[in-house]
Design a protein around this ligand. Structure first.
Ligand SMILES: Nc1ncnc2c1ncn2[C@@H]1O[C@H](COP(=O)(O)O)[C@@H](OP(=O)(O)O)[C@H]1O
Ligand SMILES: [Mg+2]
Length: 289
């Protein structure tokens, strides 16, 4: 099986587990729902990757030592089991192949009944670049993934469609922003650039980047904090779908770094990139430090 297909299979497998956790626990205790979802999706992905790609390193949001410490301290329900730890950092940094995974992105939205803006991210970094990636949107019945012939979107009905980012309509730009932490500078950016801007609040970095690739919005702009796992898989799919994906200063997105913080990102159609990058530069005094 190709790495593309494996990424999609695992993201969908974790997605099915997460839908089951929602069914099983309901929405009365959001903390328990989030913790159980994070842990079960993480354990499934760690076990499957260890079994099917035993020589590869893994960096998971939930496999960090800090998460284990928090759970060991008994933070919230579902905290009894310590999560399987990530590959040791020194080993990961020397590895040629590293899976970068976010078992549940948009954790808050996952815990809110009726919301479908949450995702599972499975990416493969290989020799300095993103080599494969899949973003499952379980509550939307869709998976966006890389492929040998370019990105595709699969529906749970079984249909597969090529995925190409589309050009925005002239004069108007819909920019996806965080629902709960919209960076202030994006409002300034909206006022500074020529096209009329609509800010569209959506949860989850993966769901926002998917919305760009599916033509539901035209761009995703974020700054002020995020980690490699929040963007690796969606950026892999975005690049494969012909989108522009970079830091907000235009620099490339670098993964498998010593420090997994990757605090800002811009994803859009290439025709919008210079307008947005110039606009962001013009309001850079408002960028979070
Ligand atoms: N300022 C910040 N610092 C750290 N992480 C942030 C962040 N803003 C957003 N994120 C992370 O990026 C993901 C998408 O956020 P949002 O829905 O607000 O756009 C979330 O991942 P998780 O849900 O995996 O924790 C969230 O934790
Ligand atoms: Mg995340």
């Amino acid at each position: 099986m190709t790495d593309h297909a494996l990424a999609a299979e695992l993201a969908e497998g974790a997605g099915a587990i997460l839908l089951g956790v929602r069914e099983e626990l309901g929405f009365a205790d959001p903390r328990a729902l989030k913790d159980t979802g994070d842990l079960r999706a993480h354990e499934y992905l760690m076990a499957e990757l260890a079994r099917r790609r035993p020589d590869d390193a893994i960096l998971s949001e939930e496999g960090r030592a800090s998460v284990a410490d928090k759970r060991a301290a008994g933070a919230g329900a579902g905290a009894d089991a310590a999560p399987t730890a990530n590959t040791d950092a020194a080993v990961r940094l020397a590895a040629h192949r590293v899976w970068i995974i976010d078992p549940l992105d948009g954790t808050r939205e996952f815990s809110e009944e009726g919301r479908s803006d949450w995702a599972v991210h499975v990416a493969l970094w290989e020799n300095g670049r993103l080599a494969a990636g899949a973003v499952a949107l379980p509550a939307q019945g869709k998976t966006l993934r890389t492929g040998p012939d370019g990105a595709i979107v699969t529906e749970n009905t079984g249909t597969e469609t090529p995925l190409r980012v589309s050009e925005p309509a002239p004069g108007r730009l819909r920019i996806a922003v965080s629902r709960t932490r919209p960076p202030e500078f994006v409002q300034r950016l909206a006022e500074a650039i020529r096209p009329d801007v609509d800010l569209v609040p959506i949860g989850s970095a993966g769901a926002k980047i998917s919305a760009v690739l599916l033509g539901e919005v035209d761009a995703y702009v974020h700054a002020g904090g995020q980690y490699e796992w929040d963007s690796a898989a969606p950026a892999a799919v975005a690049l494969d779908a012909g989108a522009h994906a970079s830091r907000v200063d235009g620099a490339g997105l670098a993964y498998n770094q010593k420090d997994p913080r990757l605090p800002d990102i811009l994803v859009c159609h290439p025709v919008s990139a210079s307008t947005l990058l110039t606009g962001i530069r013009d309001v850079s005094d408002a960028l979070p430090s």
